[in-house]
Write a protein that binds this ligand. Structure first.
Ligand SMILES: *Cc1c(COP(=O)(O)O)cnc(C)c1O
Length: 465
């Protein structure tokens, strides 16, 4: 057939809509979505024919294409994925997975009315942030606490409330950029604080701060380097020393801990990171950290510190613009509650569990997963287990090499690139890494039931090809 004949034989939208397969899909998928999908399917067939392809596009082909287009259109843009990368606090994949208790708490307040701003004892208006403040105070030993939308907001609020029109002194080694657009110098400018840089990239001394202090100084700022480390010939001034300099000069010390941690993870073989409690105990006037990095909760920025300082932040106009919603607050409260028992918290909070699972346990999970994959895909792939390195991610513990084991799959029926892509585009989305012709799956970040998902998808893709 020539091009014109092929174009004339393209099915009509109404005929495709009337066919049995499409009609059957209709109650589940809204009619307007299907109509658009059918038009898109026919249009792309038309474009291919015009481009020279000889396709006799009939109603059943159009129906199949349209249903696939409609299925994709119906898939929520924000949806769950399986993280097989071994990066635990994976920023692109939503950072921390919430604990069961946190999920339940968020669900409960989402499904009904709640005590968000209601004091049950008096029947009067209550405070939305009070739900978490007492817990944070209890866990950190600080005088007062405040939780806002995220740590970037916490830093912005602190600088705006304490240092607008004044100078904040910060080490040149700490002028970091954290993912995309959060750069300390930019936040500083936006907040109205003037940045005074001291020291050098690798070394900053007590005397550097002392010399920079003047009548204009509003804050001594310490920023966690998060996603990088300066190693070798380096020196930073400790919180303790900053507190001493601050006290002599009547200037408060604010530490942006970034990830922050309420738990010393060294007993689990992880590197030393100062905890929030330590900075508070050393006298930092204000400390901020994220709710969804090492803490393992919902997106939030937590501020702890001296009562008058927290009060200044609470009453600042920006605080309202940065406030948390009820689901996040509920999840955060449940997450914090788990920290009351330092023994069980590492099992309850997925981020901590993934970070601290002994490598021997990961190895045996990898062997089990490899066996299931082998059974499922047979000769379609070579399956092996190998030692590897997992990452904390999210700018947390940047240099920590977390020993792990991965299952590596070398597909024989498709390329490793095609396999990775199919896993990513399928349902559910599975995110895996590629290395040297193989696709890698790290059980350290696989959650309960996800082994079966991975096995099932590999069976589908590799048996089809
Ligand atoms: C991650 C991080 C931030 C930003 O925290 P968010 O919770 O992502 O807003 C700020 N400062 C430091 C040092 C960080 O590591």
């Amino acid at each position: 057939m020539d091009t014109n004949a092929l174009l004339r034989s393209l099915p009509k939208t109404d005929d495709v809509l009337a066919c049995a397969e499409v009609a059957a899909a209709m109650p589940a998928i809204p009619r307007p979505v299907i109509v658009d999908a059918v038009r898109d399917a026919i249009e792309s067939a038309r474009a291919r024919i015009i481009a020279g392809e000889e396709i006799e596009y009939d109603i059943s082909m159009a129906a199949a294409d349209a249903l696939e287009i409609a299925r994709r259109a119906q898939m929520p843009s924000l949806h769950r994925v399986v993280n097989a990368t071994g990066v635990i606090v994976h920023t692109n994949l939503g950072r921390s997975v919430l604990s069961e208790a946190a999920v339940t708490a968020a669900e409960q307040v989402a499904r009904g009315y709640s005590t968000l701003e209601y004091d049950v004892a008096t029947g009067e208006r209550g405070s939305r942030v009070a739900h978490v403040e007492a817990l944070i105070v209890e866990l950190t030993g600080a005088e007062a606490a405040l939780a806002v939308n995220n740590n970037a907001a916490a830093v912005m609020l602190a600088l705006a409330a304490l240092c607008r029109g004044k100078e904040a002194i910060v080490s040149r080694g700490q002028l970091v950029e954290i993912g995309g657009s959060f750069r300390i110098p930019d936040i500083m400018r936006e907040s109205g604080a003037t940045m005074v840089e001291v020291g050098t990239t690798n070394k900053t001394h007590v005397t550097d701060y002392e010399r920079a202090i003047s009548a204009q100084t509003g804050l001594l700022l310490k920023v966690h380097s998060s996603n990088f480390r300066v190693v070798g010939f380096t020196e930073e001034v400790s919180v303790k020393d900053l507190v001493r300099i601050g006290a002599v000069n009547g200037v408060p010390v604010f530490e942006d801990q970034g990830s922050g941690s309420l738990l010393d993870l060294r007993p689990y073989g992880l590197p030393y990171e100062p905890t929030v409690q330590e900075s508070v105990a050393q006298g930092a006037d204000l400390v901020s950290f994220s709710g969804d990095k090492l803490l393992g909760g919902a997106q939030a920025g937590i501020l702890v510190g001296r009562w008058e300082i927290i009060q200044a932040l609470r009453t600042h106009p920006l605080a309202r613009a940065m406030r948390l919603d009820k689901m996040t607050l509920a999840a955060l409260e449940a997450t914090l509650r788990a920290y009351r028992d330092p023994e069980s918290v590492v099992r309850e909070i997925p981020t901590l569990r993934m970070l601290t699972t002994p490598v021997a346990e990961i190895e045996s999970r990898a062997r089990e997963l490899a066996e299931k994959i082998e059974v499922a895909v047979g000769p379609a792939a070579d399956v092996a287990v190998a030692p590897d390195t997992a990452r904390a991610g999210g700018g947390s513990l940047p240099l920590a090499d977390i020993a792990t084991f991965v299952v590596s799959v070398e597909p024989h029926t498709v390329s490793e690139v095609a396999l990775e892509e199919e896993l990513r585009l399928g349902e559910p989305t599975i995110v895996a890494r590629i290395r040297e012709g193989r696709v890698l799956f790290d059980p350290r970040t696989l959650l309960e039931g996800e082994d079966e998902t991975v096995v099932g998808r590999l069976r589908e893709i590799l048996s089809r090809a």
